[in-house]
Design a binder for this molecule. Structure first.
Ligand code: BES
Ligand code: MG
Ligand code: ZN
Length: 528
């Protein structure tokens, strides 16, 4: 179900002699043919036509620009796509590698190439001089982007493309790139490179499952659906066990906050609790991960306006990335104990819904006054992070589409990170930024705290009183329930579903599955 339909392999043969619909080769700006033996060899294969064409088109190889040429039957590859790498000295980080890969692989898709052979940066020992990054990490990034950048969700379309009415289009059988072969030099450490690519392939499967859960409509992706998905993935993974608590069990635990949010909906709430233990050996650390799992956020009685409600099926994107991550955990094999928790429910208005003015008692015993039922995420997190902390983790990270304010401050480019522990904050930043999932820290000054920690007649006030620093208010509310546990909060309201632009991982107007790649890196760092 979450299997990638594109196969990605690493190959050490001579790329020029291999069959493909499309051969993709990187070329540096201003350097053109002089520096690349590979492009030179392709040019020779095409009787010098490539050089002629480059001149004719005045192709400058600026970053992410491209040029396509047919081999006209002169080679085993049908077409060659030159992709501009920009200036050699400016190509310094994996983000640029990702950008270039995304434009190449999207171009390949638009050319309807089923088999694609890539040698973007000439991954061989000679390329060390050209790209100052290590080859396995480059290969991993290329694999991740290649397997994610052309995402389409067509499950509910009864005709795949309504614009296809001409004869040729009707015969068009192209259903996406089937095979991508990454060509690398045989002299590299092939084992390490292949290992990184394996992790990339597994990670993207996790991302794709997360995306699927997010994009499924809210009448399908209910709390029960999330719980069923969790059961399915726990069943076939070594070391992973699962508990799903229903309403009655949550009542017994005293989850008065979570259950209050759930009360307005006919959908039964589910508390999803994964536990992972290394298959052999001792765990180096115990980490808890908690995802916000509101399968639809209407705002409740503090009802959202129609436009703001439209996309609120994605209010479980945090939960989706947790499930996506857990779906591949046995392939990553971290030497860690992991507690992953999701309090899944729907936020709806009804005669039985929780009200502004209500006072709730959370599992921790702390009371909270509700001044806005639309600030529901933090109310559910109050119980789910408290529950997770009862498992005594060494650290806890929550991931949540928590505030509209984070979209205002960071847009869809970076997630907001807030924390009670600078070291952990640094570690998470490093892992996510390396993965290409940008995070930016916002300060949790004490000054902000009183806005949510002083209700008029209860310990706390869910939506805060200040009307300022909205993302910090949300985070500070959650903070009250983690006690002394080192904690990081990731607000992904902006990054979970890019609307303005394609990102290198996600075509716009699609779910990103943000978080899976960053978590994988963080788990790797913790277990190494
Ligand atoms: N799910 C929303 C946050 C959100 C907004 C996610 C936009 C994605 C895009 C959250 O439950 C919410 O409604 N937050 C309120 C809090 C406010 C009432 C204090 C918000 O941000 O407006
Ligand atoms: Mg809300
Ligand atoms: Zn919400």
């Amino acid at each position: 179900m979450n299997k990638n339909t594109t196969k990605f392999s690493v190959i050490t043969k001579n790329i020029i002699e291999e069959k493909a619909d499309l051969l993709i080769v990187g070329i540096y700006e201003n350097k053109k043919l002089e520096l690349s033996p590979l492009v030179k060899a392709i040019d020779e294969k095409l009787n010098g036509n490539l050089t002629v064409y480059i001149e004719e088109e005045k192709f400058e190889a600026k970053i992410s620009t491209s040029l396509v040429l047919s081999s006209l039957g002169k080679a085993n590859f049908k077409k060659v796509l030159l992709i501009g790498l920009g200036k050699q000295q400016e190509l310094k980080d994996l983000d640029q590698i990702r950008k270039i890969t995304a434009s190449a692989i999207r171009k390949a898709d638009s050319l309807k190439a089923e088999t694609v052979n890539i040698s973007l940066f000439g991954l061989d020992s000679a390329s060390k001089e050209t790209v100052n990054l290590n080859a396995p990490q480059i290969a991993r990034s290329i694999a991740e982007v290649s397997l994610l950048a052309n995402y389409k969700f067509e499950k509910y379309l009864t005709t795949k493309d309504k614009n296809k009415d001409s004869e040729t289009d009707q015969n068009d059988k192209f259903t996406g790139i089937q095979k991508i072969n990454l060509f690398v030099g045989a002299e590299l450490n092939e084992a390490e490179l292949k290992k990184q690519v394996e992790i990339a392939i597994a990670s993207t499967e996790g991302v794709l499952l997360a995306r699927e859960l997010i994009i499924e409509p809210p009448n399908i992706a209910t709390p029960t659906y999330l719980a069923e998905t969790a059961k399915r993935i726990a069943k076939d993974q070594k070391g992973l066990t699962l508990k799903v608590l229903g309403k009655a069990e949550c009542e017994k635990l005293g989850m008065g906050a979570f259950l209050a949010v759930a009360r307005g909906s006919v959908e039964e709430p589910k508390l999803i609790h994964f536990h992972y233990k290394p298959i052999s050996g001792k765990a180096k650390k115990h980490i808890a991960i908690v995802g916000k799992g509101i399968t639809f956020d209407s705002g409740g009685l503090s009802l959202k306006p129609a436009k703001a409600m439209e996309k609120m099926k994605y209010d479980m994107a945090g939960a989706a990335s947790v499930i996506g991550l857990m779906s591949i955990i046995s392939k990553i094999e971290p030497q860690l104990e992991i507690t992953a928790v999701i309090a899944a429910c729907e936020n709806m208005p009804s005669g039985d819904a929780y009200r502004p003015g209500d006072i709730l008692t959370s599992m921790s015993g702390k009371t909270m006054e509700i001044n806005n039922t639309d600030a529901e995420g933090r109310v559910t997190l109050a119980d789910s992070v408290f529950y997770a902390c009862e498992q005594k983790p060494d650290q806890i990270i929550d991931i949540a589409t928590l505030t509209g304010a984070i979209v205002v401050s960071l847009g869809e480019t970076a997630a907001g990170l807030m924390s009670n522990n600078p070291e952990l904050a640094e570690e998470v930043k490093k892992a996510f930024n390396l993965a290409g999932e940008k995070v930016w820290e916002l300060p949790l000054y004490e000054d902000y705290e009183s806005s949510v920690t002083k209700g008029t007649i209860a310990d706390m006030l869910n939506a805060g009183s200040g009307g300022q620093a909205g993302s910090q208010n949300g985070a500070l509310f959650v903070k009250q329930f983690v006690g002394k546990t080192p904690w990081v909060h990731l607000d992904i309201a902006g990054t979970c579903w890019p609307e303005k632009k394609d990102t290198c991982f996600t075509p716009k107007n699609n779910p990103a599955g943000y978080g899976v790649l960053g978590f994988v890196r963080h788990l790797e760092n913790l277990s190494s």
